[in-house]
Design a protein around this ligand. Structure first.
Ligand code: FAD
Length: 411
């Protein structure tokens, strides 16, 4: 199978890169060990997060660090055994979260986030899936006024980045989401984000667009990537040889395992997250996702999706969904949840870098090898943006956002 480009990894990022290259006349083969969109891009909160202009920083407040260190919270959990291996990368993450450095990072990060609604809308229009981009935003509901005041102040700062929001009294919160149990001191409505109630369907719609444009898909292990003369080669699971002049690594948190073999070792680390769907009781429903108490409740086609915050674990460690167990009783007080839909929770891994920014551009150690990974908490949001940027760069165009801050050489 001959192609101009082989894209490794068919999550939201890889599919978006593949479709943008194919649109620009490149013949692309997309390779994944599973079917498209079945890993982290499958089970996320489904938010296209125009409001996320401040990337997730490492906490620097001592009281907050103490709370997390106790390892009993809903929002963060860690395996002690994971910490020695992660220490260097977490230290750099902490260092980059110092207010001065963080402000500079947030300015660069904003240049990507600012484009997310337009880039999703453009792809979804071509793919015929605009009905999945629901312009309803999402809510944060607060238990205490101190947290509410500090989050409202953050929302005011975000206005300078073109982010819209509205503070909500308990009554206004109840009007927007009548089935939420009251008892909150108030809320915040981020009004810009799209809420997607089937993230997998959105990725699949972009994948189908890729196929309609003539792109091909093969099941295969990216670990088989090798040089064959000037070309890249991968042997697909059915034995087919895929050969292409350029290769793109878009393997999410697994990207480093492949680039390392070609001399580039990015300091990626994973933040695991879980979800479980519940049937709503009676006629209860949510119009949009609601974040509170360290978890998110998102209305999905499959049910009400309860998603958790962050877990640090060694890559091979089996799932430990303790945060779901902690969140579920609280979630039941917040919203009338009935029985769980699945017997086991789903787990995904956010691909993170110590400076909170993705790696987009050529690999520094090999010609014709490209990187598109490290989107952390917002890879579902930024897939189409990254796809367009990388495709523009690879086809000799001028990327519509300056890619210098995201280049691989910074690590
Ligand atoms: C609980 C949770 C909630 C989240 N909520 C949101 C949200 O609301 N909004 C948002 O923007 N983001 C959210 N995220 C983050 C987002 O889901 C990720 O950033 C995004 O899915 C990453 O996409 P990706 O394409 O880089 O990686 P993935 O979707 O993980 O895709 C990587 C692909 O590589 C393939 N692969 C890996 N190794 C190999 C190999 N050796 N050979 C072949 N194929 C391989 C995998 O099968 C997979 O298909 C959330 C994440 C979690 C865990």
């Amino acid at each position: 199978m001959q192609a101009d480009v082989v894209v490794l990894g068919a999550g939201m990022v890889g599919v978006s890169v593949a479709v943008h290259l194919q649109k620009r006349g490149r013949q692309v083969v997309l390779v994944d060990r599973r079917q498209p969109g079945e890993e982290t891009s499958y089970g996320n909160g489904g938010l296209v997060q125009r409001e996320a202009v401040f990337p997730h920083a490492f906490p620097r407040d001592i009281a907050e660090l103490r709370r997390i260190a106790r390892n009993r919270s809903v929002d963060v959990h860690y395996h002690l055994s994971a910490l020695p291996g992660l220490a260097g990368r977490l230290f750099r993450y902490w260092w980059n979260s110092e207010p001065g450095r963080y402000a500079a990072i947030a300015r660069d990060w904003f240049t990507l986030i600012a484009t997310c609604l337009d880039e999703h809308k453009a792809l979804a229009e071509e793919a015929g899936s605009t009905e999945l981009l629901r312009p309803v935003g999402f809510l944060r509901a607060f238990n205490d006024t101190a947290t509410m005041d500090s989050e409202l102040a953050k929302a005011e700062r975000a206005r300078a980045f073109g982010v819209n929001s509205a503070a909500l009294t308990p009554a206004a919160l109840g009007e927007l989401e009548p089935h939420l149990n009251n008892g909150f001191v108030g809320g915040l409505h981020w009004t810009d984000p799209y809420a997607v109630n089937d993230p997998h369907a959105l990725t699949m719609s972009y994948f189908e667009l890729f196929r309609r444009l003539g792109g091909e898909f093969a099941v295969g292990d990216a670990g088989m990537l090798r040089r064959g003369g000037a070309a890249w080669r991968v042997t697909a699971a059915d034995g087919t040889e895929v050969e292409a002049g350029e290769a793109v690594v878009a393997l999410g948190v697994w990207s480093g395992a492949v680039t390392k073999r070609f001399g580039y070792t990015p300091p990626l680390f994973g933040k695991r997250g879980y979800h479980l769907h519940f049937k709503p009781k009676g006629n209860a429903g949510l119009t949009r996702p609601v974040a509170s108490n360290g978890f998110l409740l998102a209305p999905m086609r499959a049910g009400i999706r309860l998603t958790t915050g962050v877990e640090f674990a060694r890559p091979p460690a089996p799932p430990t969904p303790v945060q779901l167990a902690r969140a579920e009783p609280i979630a039941r007080r917040v919203f009338p949840l009935d029985e769980a839909v699945e017997p086991e929770p789903w787990m995904g891994i956010r691909p993170c870098t110590p400076d909170m920014m993705p790696i987009i551009g050529p690999a520094p150690t090999q010609p014709h090898l490209w990187c598109a990974f490290g989107h952390a908490h917002q890879g579902f949001t930024l897939g189409p943006t990254t796809g367009r940027l990388l495709a523009e760069m690879m086809t000799g165009g001028v990327p519509f956002v300056d890619l210098a801050p995201f280049r691989a050489e910074r690590f």
